[in-house]
Ligand binder design. Sequence first.
Ligand code: F6R
Length: 367
Amino acid sequence: EKNGFDHFMLKEIFEQPQTIFDSLRGRLDGGQQTITLSGVDKIADKLMAANRIIIVACGTSWHAGLLAEYVIEELCRINVEVEYASEFRYRNPIITDKDVIIAISQSGETADTLVAIETAKKQGATIFGLVNVVGSSIARLSDAGAYTHAGPEIGVASTKAFTAQLAVLYLIALKVAKVKNTITDDLYSVLVTDLVKVPEHVQQILETQDQNIREIAAKYTDARDFLYLGRGYNFPIALEGALKLKEISYIHAEGYPAAEMKHGPIALVDEHLPVVFVATKDSYHEKIVSNIQEIKARKGKVVAVVSEGDNTVTSLTDDVMVVPLVHEIIAPILSVVPLQLLSYYIGVNRGLDVDKPRNLAKSVTVE
Ligand code: F6R
């Protein structure tokens, strides 16, 4: 059932061109440039009138929510708050019937997320579920929703569910922005075009980078700590890259906003510390280039995810993982793929059970 792959995690990473395609299929029409999401239509009035959207989730799904905050605020001009479900449910948050809550969950059974939306629902909020497992508790409790079509995810570390979540979150943001008229026709068209191409771009990354990333992984298998840095849309991807590495390789890793490094973590940098930059081309690219220079000046090892054709970063770094150049809003769904592979190969090199890391459960149904 692993389809010739050594582990479910690798199989699931390689399934992403298909699972992203499946999550967009029947929803995104690239030719007409239309987006159909009946769950969004169902709560359209609420969404248009919403004072804010609150996203609740845990772990990797929370990282998808963090990216959604950046994207929805930019494109839809709606205030978004992203909450760890476990914090939200216990801290007596202020919720009204004007709030729309998006609950993101692969399993649909995460206890903290489930209780968080139960509580919010009682206070009148409208619940939109973004869930992978059909008929799961969170799906059933939601007023409306959209399924990710990632298929069963067996590997404990979430990979294909995450990119499916991002794909659907992009659709939601674009659809709402279009209806609210907060996006220009030009930008809408660019983003739709890039989104349609994500499956083939992910395929291209898998084909061109797999061997390269194996070699990079071999160099860093014995590292004790890792730092992952990114800015803007790539910041949630830095967090996700670090989480994947921790889970799979048991190497301590921290994700940080690149500019925050100066406020503490830079003290960790020496010739033993690999720093992974998510440094694809964006509107503040020169800022991340100078962050890379700061690490190099302190002899840190720099591994970077870069856009195809970006020689500036390539010339500064020890190792690069290349992804196709797309609009900065869509780039994160591509940038995460090399980081999944990097943690997979480091975990395998360390002889660990990558599909079932110690102490972790696939779905956390206890608090
Ligand atoms: C990370 C991972 C966990 C889950 C988290 C939420 O690889 O798998 O962090 O993302 O437990 O799970 P769901 O999405 O099922 O609510």
